[in-house]
Design a protein around this ligand. Structure first.
Ligand code: FAD
Length: 455
């Protein structure tokens, strides 16, 4: 109920938002010590994570923005780097077709493939290329984007945390934490993650709730050398989904959603106990409900009289024998959507605009969609000889992204709720629904396509 009220409030504020500048971020004269000198920049991207780095590369590599000064700010002192022999990192992503085509456009995809032998797995129909997803490590994506940026003479400015910004007549003045440099930028793009301080400074409200769940990630070692380890596994347990993404013949990556009350206990398990718990979560019959199974089986037999059964290949989840040292980590899970993605001269992208439950592996893919959408709009503006930082273009970005992101956030949220229960009627309904989808090929393809796209 509370969520419905929040959603209603959120939709109303999106609908009637006036894009005014917040009182905190208006022209301010209360900084007597601020140096008069400011470096002039066309576009400043704050946040050198995956989404911010891709955004910076999109502008830096575009001939249309050739004469524009692009700056990428990152608050941390270093960003991930990879070498060919480094062990797998614990953060990996299933990139969908749109993200891959963005990387191809940015000239980074070949570089990524040269560092890591990326595994492609089919999310949908074999013959349709756009249903293929590729598993790539966070560090590989990040270091390839930065490598490409270097080729266009853009280096992320490390230790550069945006501390404050204020509006000037035709620009935004940014003050950094170290207080040494001021930037005067025509456009500020916030890619500073889900706890975005820029969003806060702009007083942009959010719709958000805590899932009371944690996502536990780890790199897992498989029992056998499995050349056919190309299947992504996900099992829905009442405690939350557990997923395993293939990395190589010998390794897979874990994303395990657990209730907040359980996460500390799981993180404290010894490696052996942790491995046992994962194998059990993938295979145990504890959560099967005999009444539900019999109803589902009966209904399945009715369908088979009208719908020819699809040939089913029996496959089993891989057996895990070990967890890579220090690869276990836990992240709190929340849903968040900013009620506005833009303000004059300010745009939110990636997790600073929206944060989704990781069960469908959509988060970073949605961020890359923001990058593509914003870049296409601003590039067209420059081609038309217009001022790319004008609010007209920014609002166009918001119009395109808000509805798509909100729809995706809420549909994944509903799935998480549907699966996070042991209540028999719900379990029966969802089993029947799933069996129906599984048997009925056009529906199955429809859902698979939905999962493969993140727009
Ligand atoms: C457990 C888990 C599993 C996930 N699995 C998947 C998956 O399989 N597939 C998928 O698509 N997504 C997944 N996600 C989501 C994905 O991790 C995020 O969507 C993605 O990392 C967001 O990237 P970002 O660049 O927007 O933000 P971030 O990665 O948070 O980067 C923000 C950057 O901004 C910097 N910064 C912060 N404040 C400032 C400031 N004031 N000034 C300058 N710099 C600043 C930070 O240091 C950081 O480098 C998962 C998330 C979790 C928690």
């Amino acid at each position: 109920m509370r969520q419905l009220l929040l959603l209603r409030r959120s939709l109303i504020s999106v609908r009637f938002s006036s894009y005014s500048v917040s009182p905190q971020a208006t022209i301010s004269h209360d900084e007597p010590n601020s140096p008069a000198f400011a470096e002039n920049v066309d576009i400043t991207i704050a946040g050198g994570g995956l989404v911010g780095s891709a955004m910076a590369l999109a502008f830096a590599s575009s001939p249309v923005f050739k004469n524009h000064k692009i700056v990428l700010l990152e608050s941390q002192s270093k960003l991930p780097q990879v070498s060919k022999n480094k062990p797998y990192s614990n953060r990996v992503f299933a990139l969908n077709a749109q993200s891959i085509s963005l990387f191809e456009k940015l000239g980074a995809w070949d570089l990524m493939k040269s560092i890591q032998s990326v595994i492609a797995f089919d999310q949908g129909h074999q013959s349709e290329n756009n249903s293929l997803a590729y598993i790539v490590e966070n560090d590989v994506i990040q270091s390839c984007l930065l490598e490409r940026l270097k080729q266009f003479h853009v280096e992320p400015r490390l230790n550069s945390k945006v501390k404050h910004f204020e509006y000037e007549e035709n620009s935004i003045r940014i003050k950094l934490q170290d207080e040494k440099i001021n930037l005067r930028t025509r456009l500020l793009i916030a890619a500073d993650g889900y706890q975005s301080s820029i969003r806060e400074m702009a007083r942009i409200s959010t719709m958000q709730w805590d899932y009371n769940q944690f996502g536990i990630v780890a790199t897992l070692q498989l029992a056998d050398n499995m050349p056919d380890n190309v299947v992504a596994w996900q099992r829905f347990l009442p405690t939350g989904p557990i997923a395993c993404l293939p990395l190589s013949n010998t390794h897979s990556s874990l994303v395990w959603t657990v209730p907040k009350s359980m996460h500390k206990e799981i993180m404290k398990l010894s490696d052996e106990q942790f491995v046992d718990a994962i194998n059990k979560a993938f295979t145990s019959d504890t959560y099967k409900h005999s009444g539900v199974i019999s109803i589902t089986e009966r209904i399945r037999s009715y369908w088979q009289q009208v719908i020819p059964a699809s040939p089913t290949v029996l496959q089993y989840p891989p057996v895990i024998i070990n967890v890579e040292p220090r690869s276990r980590a836990a992240f709190p899970l929340t849903l968040l959507n900013a009620n506005q993605y833009v303000r004059p001269r300010l745009v939110l992208i990636g997790d600073s605009a929206h944060r989704i439950h990781p069960m469908a592996g959509q988060g970073v893919n949605m961020g890359f969609c923001d990058v593509l959408c914003l870049f296409n709009i601003l590039e067209q503006a420059v081609r038309d000889g217009a001022d790319f930082s004008s609010l007209i273009y920014l609002v166009d970005y918001e119009r395109q992204r808000q509805l798509q992101c909100l729809t995706r956030l809420l549909s994944i949220d509903s799935l998480n709720r549907l699966y996070s229960t042991n209540f028999s009627p719900v379990v029966a309904l969802r089993s029947i629904g799933l069996s129906f989808v599984n048997e009925f090929s056009p529906l199955k393809k429809f859902f698979e396509k939905q999962a493969a796209s993140s727009t």
